[in-house]
Ligand binder design. Structure first.
Ligand SMILES: Cc1cc2nc3c(=O)[nH]c(=O)nc-3n(C[C@H](O)[C@H](O)[C@H](O)COP(=O)(O)OP(=O)(O)OC[C@H]3O[C@@H](n4cnc5c(N)ncnc54)[C@H](O)[C@@H]3O)c2cc1C
Length: 396
């Protein structure tokens, strides 16, 4: 009987995995033994890192959006429908349309979402660049700022040892802000204050979530006149007074609050009953090697939805997608999974408007910071301008 593979979520993880599966299983698809269906709640696919460039007036954002159908191999059935119920006992997902999507194997890839409402006053008083809408609001504020203070805050999930989306993004955008204000000729009149919470995964009282980078950041920030402060875990904002309060009992005034807000898994995952993450955050319990949802033999997950300690980043998904696709293909062919994820993450961080720093780490080894370079920036620009779409199509 024909085997059905269902992928839920048409972002980086779902798209790469659908295309990789279609390539690996082409003989079975040609014979009519396997069918691959991807459902997503949007007709469009967003390259999420593009929002950072919108915040600093380096892009309008249009080039970072594609029609989802155009990114998928023709053999993949694509349906626009929001998953509203996941039933892993009876192997189906229900869509908002009322349709039931049955599966033999499923991949859950619905990402995560910013949840500023989890900090009192943050939604009203703060800004963030993690969505295109948020980035556009920030861009308007950055356009008019001539003096005052931009305060940077970072919140981590309450569930221990889980990162927020794209761990390096607060550092990238702090340095991009420095370059942007310098370009505008107002940097001397605008104070930039980068703060970091007391607990950041395994790092206590640092400036980043990995020790080696945390240690080099003070010198980098000092060289740019960026003030920095450890032990500031944002827990309240007064939008009228423009004051941010920390769990540690401090308060800081701001003119613009550029925050990394709390993140949570998507609604359908939070309501699925599959997660036991703290505070209803919804991270899926994930086997760190096979990338199966723990306790479920035929459900895989990857990307921003997982409860693994690795970065919630495209550079992570690029290394997870082959593991998931290979494992499903070998389960179909031999009856058991054959691949194992080692926690590998490879990316190029945008350290300012024209400097790129390669990042390379895994479960065992933290990233070793290296000087950023124009060559790094060239590669990053290439990724932004086109390599990403090739990666999403499973071509690299
Ligand atoms: C500002 C910013 C900068 C970043 N910078 C970098 C970087 O420099 N390097 C890097 O590697 N990564 C970076 N990232 C992170 C990277 O973009 C994410 O890790 C990646 O997009 C996550 O992919 P995903 O498929 O897990 O989630 P997403 O790409 O968010 O995709 C989730 C998909 O699921 C769909 N969906 C949600 N709910 C449902 C539902 N109920 N039913 C059906 N479909 C649903 C959504 O529409 C979406 O298509 C950055 C992210 C941001 C926001």
């Amino acid at each position: 009987m024909k085997k059905k593979i269902l992928i839920v979520g048409g972002g980086t993880a779902g798209t790469m995995t659908a295309n990789n599966l279609a390539k690996k299983l082409m003989p079975e698809i040609d014979r009519g033994d396997v069918e691959i269906t991807l459902i997503s709640n949007s007709k469009y696919h967003y390259y999420r890192p593009g929002a950072m460039y919108v915040a600093f007036h380096k892009s309008e954002g249009h080039e970072f959006v594609r029609e989802q159908r155009s990114l998928l191999m023709p053999e993949i059935e694509f349906i626009v429908d929001a998953a509203v119920e996941i039933n892993t006992n009876r192997n189906f997902v229900k869509g908002q349309s009322g349709k039931r999507y049955e599966y033999d194997f499923m991949v859950l890839a619905t990402g995560c979402e910013a949840a500023p409402e989890r900090i009192p006053g943050l939604k009203e008083g703060g800004d963030w660049f993690y969505t295109y809408e948020g980035a556009r609001k920030l861009a308007e504020k950055f356009q008019t700022i001539k003096n005052g203070r931009v305060l940077i805050t970072v919140n981590f999930p309450k569930t221990p040892n889980i990162p927020h989306q794209c761990g390096i993004a607060p550092v990238e955008t702090t340095i991009m802000l420095h370059d942007y204000l310098t370009e505008k000729g107002v940097r001397e009149n605008v104070e930039i204050v980068y703060t970091y919470p007391t607990e950041a995964q395994s790092v206590h009282n640092g400036l980043f979530l990995q020790e080696p980078t945390s240690k080099v950041l003070p010198a980098i920030f000092d060289g740019m006149g960026i003030k920095h402060k450890t032990g500031f875990t944002l827990n309240k904002v007064d939008p009228n007074k423009k004051v941010a309060y920390s769990e540690e009992g401090e308060e800081m005034e701001f003119d613009i609050l550029m925050s990394t807000p709390p993140f949570i898994a998507s609604k359908v995952i939070r309501e699925s009953g599959l997660s036991k993450a703290l505070d209803g955050e919804g991270w899926l319990p994930t086997d760190r090697k096979t990338l199966k949802v723990k306790g479920l033999g035929n459900v895989y997950t990857l990307g921003d939805t997982v409860d693994l300690p690795v970065s919630k980043a495209g550079g992570t998904i690029h290394n997870q997608t082959d593991v998931v696709a290979d494992n499903i293909a070998s389960e179909l062919r031999y009856g058991y999974p054959t691949e194992s994820y080692d926690g590998l993450v490879i990316a190029i961080a945008q350290m300012g408007l024209s400097c790129g720093m390669p990042l390379w780490y895994d479960y065992e080894e933290d990233v070793q910071p290296t000087p950023c370079s124009k060559l790094g920036s060239f590669v990053r620009k290439g990724f932004n301008k086109g390599i990403y779409w090739a990666a999403a199509r499973g071509m690299i």
